[in-house]
Write a new protein. Structure first.
Lengths: 206, 206
């Protein structure tokens, strides 16, 4: 089994499974089934078994999955059995919100650097971090070896900043700007697009 | 064909297809193929053909899909061939960012009401809207017939506010709080969770 053979679409479902499993664990549950997990996340039980089987044998016929064990395995598979430093670029409303976001703890990430190009924002302290000048972004990210960035700049600036992030060695960009980014092979972009979330629900509204 | 028979997982992919198609259209393209669209969104061509075939026959063998036509059809299927009013609850950093977000135009949504419980924020004007008192939220949403809300309150308040939104008749909640919500049948929740976006990329990082 080589990792590169596993379809992106399966990888994209793993974090959803993980979130559901953590929620079950938070409720005190110890085991679950592909049926139960599937109902939780809106995926068929067969699909869940098929997805997880790409990575090994995690459940037992009849007894289901041990939740703690499956969480541990998913963390390992997704490489979040460590903490990744993340740079946040753009300290507008969204950047501020991200810098203060309490949801990264125990999820594998830590906001490590904040950047903005606005002299009025450079030097501002947010949750113990000082906003740095974007002009120093490329060397600072390179030196720190940061591979992950969250892009919170306006749409008009997003591509140019993404190019700089790529130059700095960033391989994974979470993009909040309402614009599609072009990046070279080997760099991944995920979009945090509220319209997508809303459009997933309007189908069900009369 | 009844709509209720179409799996949620297929519905959840439609907004992704739509975004890619709109991006292609923005680049001046007129037609595309399931192959090309698939490469764009990281889904197999066969899956795209299967997904779209749930709703009718949109492409022609050999000539592919007319992009403008497929966009129009997807808008109809997802009920975003209209504009939905959306209430935003919680005017912290994230609520502010959402209230000012420029990405809803032409996507089917319009921010219509803002709420907060903090007296310091009530009455504040953001992009032409005055922040209202959350104490008036239930009757205000009921009277306006709003069905969609974005929840930007702290995790500790999210479930209580969600309960009020449900009471007010909201059927679709986009939740920014890092917490899983419990809602009655017939109400849908989507999570805008930056950790999920990041975890979809760390798999590919060494």
């Amino acid at each position: 089994m080589t990792q590169s053979k596993i379809p992106d679409i399966i990888i994209s479902r793993l974090p959803i499974y993980l979130r559901a499993l953590r929620h079950m664990q938070g409720q005190g549950k110890q085991t679950t089934s592909s049926q139960e997990l599937g109902e939780w996340v809106g995926v068929s039980a067969a699909q869940i078994r098929k997805d997880l089987s790409q990575f090994g044998e995690f459940g037992k016929q009849g007894t289901g999955y041990n939740i703690a064990f499956l969480i541990k395995k998913l963390n390992e598979i997704m490489h979040i059995d460590r903490v990744w430093d993340v740079a946040v670029v753009g300290m507008g409303d969204m950047g501020h919100a991200i810098a203060r976001y309490q949801g990264f703890a125990d999820r594998g990430f830590r906001v490590a650097m904040l950047f903005d190009s606005d002299p009025a924002k450079i030097g501002e302290e947010i949750d113990g971090f000082v906003v740095r000048d974007s002009a120093q972004m490329v060397p600072a990210i390179q030196q720190a070896g940061i591979r992950i960035a969250m892009l919170c700049v306006p749409a008009s600036a997003a591509q140019a900043v993404a190019n700089q992030l790529v130059q700095a060695g960033v391989k994974a960009i979470l993009n909040y700007a309402p614009i599609s980014l072009t990046v070279p092979p080997g760099v991944r972009v995920q979009y945090l697009d509220p319209s997508i979330g809303l459009q997933r629900m309007t189908y069900y509204l009369e």
